[in-house]
Design a protein around this ligand. Structure first.
Ligand code: XUL
Ligand code: CO
Length: 442
């Protein structure tokens, strides 16, 4: 790295929960070994290039508020190169082992696809060198199929096959660069894959086209030797009124219907879950129940605003229950925790980028440690097992094994009489969880 961009900000170090220094970790000790792996390896934190290095604080009512010194040049290529250097410096100072990007985040667009690809190659070569020099790795790559006006009516679901072809060419190239950079995953988020009104939309046809697109991506990946995991990132709406990858359940139905479930898993984003009317944990459990939990976009929304605010999440209770589900599912494997989160509009200092990620990293690290303890103690697991124990033997086991019938069960009901009601003990269990979250049981 040629020059320091975040001058005056040192590498962020672990100082323990008693530390009162703002630029320090209180829970994230990357080198701490837990169950034979470092915390860094367990959590696989990733910085989202688009928010942290392309976000300017714009909203629908106002232009950018956040200006970084490297953004001031006149040559878009030189600016992109300085920006990429700054991003890797940030990853290193944050001790974040991974980064994620969209193709159009890192390189400017040219006048033609050919020229755009050439510019992308320049930045990819630089990224490859930076990865080698810093040890930072690519968690996933993706293509931006939503910002350019050509995608206003969708990419793979566009009514114009010419736009579909352009999107295919873009993903082809994005797969090549993700392979070049050794990405562990490749993500599809379909921000414009949906519709505004059914008055002009053939829903069934669009979904079939989307499936064809994904099949071609799988085929091309095999052709070039990309062995990373494909991920679908569900979101119910925004920017489109209705998006086809509404939530994990809708995603599973889509993947199964089109024979894609063996190639894809899910990248679950906290605020996308809540926009769909679910909890973060619900989406994780649903994916895990089908063996399709892939990765996480770590952020949160705002209970009052109700749109995709992409905030840094410091709600340790929410993250603890999510982590409980992730750990029970066996972890995220080659996925990770990508901080798809951005600074608030008035948070304009470079230092704010550090505060934001420190809070997010610490909250997840703490939640991981608490959840690990919860799962090891097994009190909730024991309670749940007990609650379903009637299915472990007798008629319950026959039901689970589909060895009985309505006729037989009618006899059971007639002879056994009214079942004895049992408390679900939700409040008791919530108190128990509170004891873990507040450190009384560690
Ligand atoms: C949009 C979103 C995207 C995806 C990648 O809500 O989450 O940034 O993560 O395209
Ligand atoms: Co996301």
């Amino acid at each position: 790295m040629a020059k320091e961009h975040f001058g005056g900000i040192p590498k962020i170090l672990y100082e323990g929960p008693q530390s009162r220094r703002a630029l320090a970790f209180r829970h994230y000790d990357p080198a701490q070994v837990i169950d034979g792996r470092t915390l860094s390896e367990h959590l696989r934190f990733s910085v989202a290039f688009w928010h942290s290095f392309r976000g300017t604080g714009t909203d629908v009512f106002g232009s950018g508020t956040i200006f970084r010194p490297w953004e001031s040049g006149n040559d878009p290529l030189a600016v992109a190169q300085a920006r990429l250097d700054a991003a890797f410096e940030f990853n290193v100072k944050m001790q974040a082992p991974f980064w994620c990007f969209h193709d159009r985040d890192i390189a400017p667009e040219g006048n033609t696809l050919r020229e755009t690809n050439r510019l992308l190659d320049i930045l990819v070569a630089q990224a490859k060198a930076l990865q080698r020099d810093t040890g930072v790795r690519l968690l996933w790559g993706t293509a931006n199929l939503f910002s350019h006006p050509r995608y206003m009516s969708g990419a793979a679901t566009n009514p114009d096959a010419g736009v579909f072809a352009h999107a295919a060419a873009q993903v082809k190239k994005a797969l090549e660069v993700t392979l070049e950079l050794g990405g562990d995953n490749y993500v599809f988020w379909g921000g414009r894959e949906g519709y505004e009104t059914l008055l002009n939309t053939d829903l069934k046809r669009e979904q079939a086209h989307l499936a064809a697109f994904l099949h071609m991506a799988v085929e091309y990946a095999a052709e070039i030797g990309f062995t990373g995991q494909f991920l679908i990132e569900p979101k119910p709406k925004e920017p489109t009124k209705h998006q086809y990858d509404f939530d994990v359940a809708a995603g599973i139905a889509f993947l199964r219907t089109h024979g894609l479930d063996k190639y894809f898993k899910f990248n679950i984003e906290t605020n996308h879950a809540t926009l769909a009317g679910h909890t973060f944990q619900h989406e994780i459990e649903t994916a895990a129940a089908h063996g399709l939990l892939g990765s996480v976009d770590a952020n949160t929304g705002d209970a009052q605003l109700g749109w995709d605010t992409d905030q840094f999440n410091t709600d340790v209770r929410e993250l603890t229950v999510a982590m409980m589900s992730i750990l029970r599912a066996g972890g995220l494997g080659r996925g990770g925790l990508n901080f798809d989160a951005k600074l608030r509009r008035p948070s304009i200092d470079p230092e704010d980028l550090f505060h934001a990620h420190i809070g997010g990293f610490d909250a997840y690290a703490l939640a991981f440690k608490i959840a690990r303890q919860v799962v090891a103690d097994g009190v909730f697991e024991k309670f749940v097992a007990q609650r379903y124990a009637s299915y472990d033997s007798g008629v319950g086991r026959d039901i689970a094994a589909r060895r009985t019938s309505f006729r037989e069960l009618e006899q059971v009901a007639l002879t056994a009489g009214e079942p004895v009601p049992r408390s679900g003990k939700q409040e008791y269990l919530e108190n128990l969880l509170m004891q873990y979250v507040h450190g009384e049981r560690r």
